[in-house]
Design a protein around this ligand. Structure first.
Ligand code: PLP
Length: 364
């Protein structure tokens, strides 16, 4: 068994989604919108990824500064550099790995955007952040790239901010895809032709082929596309999104089993009043261990664990001049982080197998 963070789909189910996309490509977008409207109560515009959605809304808002967590994926730096928007970084809480509202309060001002990131699917403190944004007359944008299926105080994330951006492919087995939601309407760019590169990722999400391709694949290139989704992304999304509650509960059951197997270690703590989407399970490695070596050992034992954001955004060469402050928690967490795969079809037995591989890799 190979454990991987990439959501996969059995070939037979994928074939059904592909047929639907070929037979009725135009209907996929309409259905996607209906599904998101029913779930979030908001209109959605699809994009090929969350970065494209974020770029679109930052452009429309014409903001000059974005307040955001210092512990964050470095790829978002590309969006900021492209638009010439200035980031204002805030350190994160050690247990939850989410932005600190106290830190936000110190820096936020009128006209800013506040990017509320739900790190690894763990909803951030939305009540406090909504209030801070409203008091400062700032725009609250939820970054739900990891958080499809997560809830805060019973409400789906993505319904608190005036705007929210989602990735599809981090929780569902689409080759790519993301979307933008807005509490009021949002203008949309023309649909255009889907990028061929995205379709080439189809074998990668096929459950039977995935382990094979994973062995061959080397890291992705830089840059991101800014177009819309393909009918194939939309068709796979439409097939699986109606099951998002069940899929999230299964992820949760597995993640809690894995966390309890790893009870001697520091794992990400879910915020109060929140339900995570459990995109992955983040664990901080003991100080004395070497994260690249542990990740390599785990890989040899069939567990694909990533040092997610060890190269966090404040370390990006284009961002360093915007990170003059001290971010002790971010720097420590990015040094020690490892994210373990969580999938809805994994069982308690898989949790034990991953935990055993983890222990063995630490002492290797
Ligand atoms: C928190 C967060 N937001 C946004 C993004 C961008 O997502 P996408 O790859 O869909 O553009 C990422 C990328 O990994 C992310 O981790």
């Amino acid at each position: 068994m190979l454990y991987s963070p990439v959501p996969t789909i059995p070939a037979a189910e994928l074939a059904g989604a592909l047929l639907a996309a070929l037979r009725a490509p135009g209907e996929q977008r309409t259905k996607f919108r209906e599904l998101v409207r029913a779930y979030l109560g908001r209109e959605a515009v699809d994009f090929c990824c969350a970065r494209a959605a974020l770029e679109h809304i930052l452009r429309r808002l014409e903001v000059r500064r974005v307040v955001m967590p210092a512990f964050l994926c470095p790829e978002l730096a590309e969006v900021l550099l492209k638009l010439g928007v200035r980031p204002v970084f805030v350190d994160v809480h050690r247990g939850t790995l989410n932005i600190s509202p106290e830190g936000v309060q110190e820096v936020i001002s009128r006209g800013d955007a506040l990017l509320a990131v739900h790190t690894f699917g763990n909803p951030c403190q939305l009540t406090a952040l909504t209030e801070l944004a409203s008091d400062a007359e700032a725009h609250l944008i939820e970054d739900c790239a990891h958080a499809l299926g997560a809830r805060y105080r019973g409400m789906p994330v993505g319904t608190f901010g005036r705007y929210s951006v989602f990735s599809m492919y981090k929780l569902l087995p689409t080759p790519s895809g993301g979307f933008l939601c807005a509490s009021e309407g949002v203008d949309e760019p023309p649909a255009g032709a889907p990028a061929l590169g995205h379709l080439l990722r189809l074998p990668y999400v096929t459950r039977e082929v995935h382990p094979l391709l994973l062995r061959l694949r080397r890291g992705g290139g830089g840059g991101y596309a800014t177009g819309r989704c393909s009918p194939i992304d939309l068709s796979i999304f439409n097939r699986l999104f109606p099951r998002i509650e069940e899929l999230t509960l299964r992820r949760r059951r597995f993640a809690e089993a894995l966390a309890s197997e790893l009870s001697g270690y520091e794992v990400q703590r879910v915020e109060r009043d929140a339900r995570s989407s459990w995109q992955s399970l983040a664990v901080l490695l003991p100080e004395e261990s070497s994260p690249p070596q542990v990740a390599a050992h785990l890989r040899r034992r069939g567990v694909v664990a990533h040092r997610t954001w060890h190269d966090t955004i404040i370390l990006h060469p284009g961002m360093r001049r915007y990170a003059p402050g001290e971010y002790p928690v971010t720097l420590e967490v990015s040094r020690r982080i490892l994210t373990l795969p969580v999938q809805p079809h994994y069982t308690h037995r898989d949790a034990r197998a991953i935990a055993e591989a983890f222990e063995a890799s630490l002492s290797a």
